[in-house]
Ligand binder design. Structure first.
Ligand SMILES: NC(=O)c1ccc[n+]([C@@H]2O[C@H](COP(=O)([O-])OP(=O)(O)OC[C@H]3O[C@@H](n4cnc5c(N)ncnc54)[C@H](O)[C@@H]3O)[C@@H](O)[C@H]2O)c1
Length: 367
């Protein structure tokens, strides 16, 4: 098979999942990796058997590399993705697409001008758990969707992440960090969002890092860390979302979708598997729905394989820039709505990504 050569920029904490996952798809070849810190790129190349570690400039100058996977920190996403596009590469970035709409729009315009593809994490909505939920909803298992709730509550990342500063910078925070998983999952199931409002706060203006190697460093919090939002979907469903780094403990579910005929308990959108639980109006108890789709392990990188297949066949790729830009628009919109004391009519929209076919092997997507 004609493998698409991929270059990874950003060899930090999450890169291992991509290096491992990416190499497991039959249409991908991880050809090189780069980082602003060359020793990180060299270490990952050695660990995962990547043939070349090099500078960002050298990677972008390699004409055999078709897709750049941008795994840098959020504030570098737009700049690195724009560099990749300027070098004539398709680009798939970690989430969020950019830290503000203006940068996201610049990237989308630059890629469109050159006929290049933009993709963005998360790709967990392509996992077996979320594809099963999508199929159940599309098949009418819970009737017409009425509403949804999404909850991501934790106390931040300064106790475990080796470089947690970015979580508290503008472009970080629980919404920009985790919102993409939840909102992408909701848009995959329910379609685009037309209007939102929100309220936000910063509970702890300083964070003390206790993880190594930066233990003892104090980080000033620049962005809201507790964000509550309400969403009107174009379909008419009404959603509620809470993302927070300010809460110690909670018993709330991750995502639930409510329909006229029943309710769906959706698995963690930061994972690929189940369980999917359903309870219709005639069910006495919740029951587990069998998963209809594969990709249930840690399949991070499936969107890159999907983009590579889509480039070859000419179809749309699923974790596309339009979807990620819509999610970015909504996330920034919650913060704006709180500051402005008003609803935000969401300017962007997107199509729901195509459902994956049933019965795919675990190392390939559809053509
Ligand atoms: N850590 C996780 O569990 C996790 C999970 C899912 C997604 N993500 C996302 O992945 C991205 C990276 O997160 P991480 O945890 O790996 O961060 P990290 O800080 O561990 O790694 C980022 C790497 O990017 C490099 N880098 C930064 N700017 C660069 C530039 N301009 N050019 C080249 N290299 C540059 C850094 O040197 C670093 O090695 C973030 O967007 C994050 O939201 C992280």
């Amino acid at each position: 098979m004609d493998r698409t050569r991929v270059g990874i920029i950003g060899c930090g904490n999450i890169s291992g999942a991509y290096l491992q996952g990416g190499q497991s798809y039959r249409n991908l070849e991880i050809a090189a990796c780069a980082d602003v810190l060359p020793e990180r790129a060299a270490a990952k190349a050695a660990e995962f058997g990547v043939p070349r570690s090099c500078s960002v400039e050298e990677l972008l100058a390699d004409p055999s590399i078709e897709i750049v996977v941008n795994l840098t920190v959020p504030k570098a996403h737009a700049e690195v993705s724009l560099q990749a596009v300027a070098a004539g590469k398709h680009v798939h970035a970690e989430k969020p697409l950019a830290t503000c709409r203006a940068d996201g729009a610049r990237l989308m315009a630059a890629a469109a001008e050159k006929g290049l593809r933009v993709g963005c994490a998360p790709d967990t909505f392509m996992g077996g758990g979320h594809q099963t939920c999508r199929k159940l909803i599309d098949d009418g298992a819970i009737g017409e969707p009425v509403g949804a709730t999404a909850f991501m509550l934790c106390h931040g990342h300064e106790t475990w992440h080796p470089s947690p500063e970015f979580y508290y910078e503008v472009g970080g925070g629980p919404m920009m960090d985790m919102g993409p998983y939840y909102l992408t999952a909701l848009v995959n199931m329910l379609g685009p969002i037309r209007r939102i409002t929100g309220s936000t706060r910063i509970t702890f203006p300083e964070r003390l890092i206790t993880s190594q190697p930066k233990a003892g460093k104090v980080v000033t919090v620049e962005t809201p860390t507790h964000i509550a939002g309400v969403m009107d979907f174009a379909s008419g469903a009404v959603g509620t979302i809470l993302t927070t780094f300010d809460v110690w403990h909670s018993t709330l579910p991750r995502i639930e979708v409510y329909g006229t005929e029943g309710s769906l308990l959706v698995p963690d959108p930061n994972g690929f598997g189940g369980p999917v639980m359903i309870r219709t109006k005639s069910d006495a108890e919740w029951r587990e729905a069998p998963l209809t789709h594969g990709f249930t392990g840690n399949r991070r990188g499936v969107a890159v394989a999907d983009m590579a297949a889509a480039i070859r066949s000419g179809r749309s790729h699923r974790a596309c820039g339009e979807l990620a830009y819509h999610v970015l628009d909504v996330m920034e919109g919650f913060i704006d709505a709180s500051a402005n004391g008003a609803h935000y009519e969401v300017a962007s929209t997107c199509s729901r990504p195509a459902m994956l076919p049933v019965g795919l092997p675990d190392d390939a997507v559809d053509d």
